[in-house]
Design a protein around this ligand. Structure first.
Ligand SMILES: [Zn+2]
Length: 305
């Protein structure tokens, strides 16, 4: 039996409203529990459109068929007026996810803001951003959220310090290969990281495979001898790629692959190493993201990499 941690990122109003119920239904039929991470503040993801002026991003949008993949309403959301607050519009979808037995954590207040501005924010500003989403999630769930996954795998030392102030069981803020406690600027942090190990749909399509070859390609990347954590998106696998994802789950079942929430992996894992976190580029993804790596000495932290 091969274990795979299944992380569902929910970035937008459309993903919460349509993708989440679709995934809850599908996962219930397959007897799978996963970890859902919600964005609960304004949906400004349409501001991505402004990035079309950057040629590399335009190429990616065309390569992945972004209009079809995410829906054009997502792509223009927040471009003309402030985006709608997702947690206020869709509290039931978030509660239903918890009631269905899934692990429910925090992804973002404003996903787009975090993803584009994080590198320029100080610890105080980041703490405010997290606190807003933390409080709204607590209102919705009737309890405080106990895990966190950084939007777009973007994390900075200031953000890690800010997150330390919240009583999270674990975080999933970066790409990596094993469970670890981050050491940043010589300081060992307390929250364990459960990193994403596998690429996302939009990182592979058009580069390594087509929708027809995608499931086989991804299944081959899942190995019994290592940590496997897959991140899917409510906007993609929950809507436009739902049939493809259903086929993936069926093929995985035939290969004795079982999916579980990230917290279950943490409960089973005895040895947790110490690692650094560094900025890196990942094929198929625009800009930098955070990756598990060597512990660097404080003078060569991720600030300068
Ligand atoms: Zn996200």
């Amino acid at each position: 039996m091969i274990h795979v941690g299944l992380r569902v990122d929910v970035d937008t109003l459309r993903g919460t409203r349509i993708g989440v119920p679709n995934l809850i239904d599908l996962l219930a039929r397959c007897h799978i529990r996963a970890s859902f991470f919600f964005s609960v503040g304004p949906d400004n993801m349409g501001r991505h459109l402004w990035r079309l002026i950057r040629p590399a991003f335009l190429v990616k949008m065309l390569r992945t068929g972004a209009g079809r993949l995410y829906g054009w309403d997502i792509l223009i959301r927040g471009t003309l007026c402030p985006g709608p607050e997702i947690g206020k519009r869709c509290p039931n979808q978030i509660r239903d996810t918890a009631v269905a037995g899934h692990e429910v954590g925090l992804h973002a207040w404003d996903h787009h803001y975090w993803q584009t501005r994080l590198a320029r924010l100080d610890q105080h500003a980041i703490t405010e951003e997290i606190q807003r989403s933390y409080d709204l999630m607590a209102d919705i769930l009737g309890r405080t959220p106990d895990c966190f996954a950084a939007p777009a795998w973007r994390i900075t030392p200031e953000a890690l310090y800010a997150l330390e102030q919240f009583p999270f069981r674990f975080e999933s803020d970066c790409r990596g290969h094993s469970l670890f406690r981050p050491v940043v600027d010589g300081r060992r942090l307390s929250h364990v990281q459960v990193p994403t190990t596998l690429p996302t749909y939009d990182e592979l399509i058009g580069l390594k495979c087509t929708p027809e070859t995608y499931n086989e390609y991804l299944l081959k990347m899942i190995r019994p001898d290592r940590l496997n954590v897959l991140t899917i998106h409510a906007e993609a696998e929950g809507i436009s790629c739902l049939a493809l994802f259903q086929d993936f789950l069926e093929k995985a079942r035939q290969r004795d692959i079982v999916f579980e929430p990230l917290g279950d992996i943490l409960s089973r894992t005895g040895k947790i190493v110490a690692s650094g976190i560094h900025k890196a580029a990942v094929a198929g993804r625009d800009g930098w993201l955070a990756c598990q790596g060597e512990i660097s000495n404080p003078s060569k932290s991720m600030r300068t990499s």
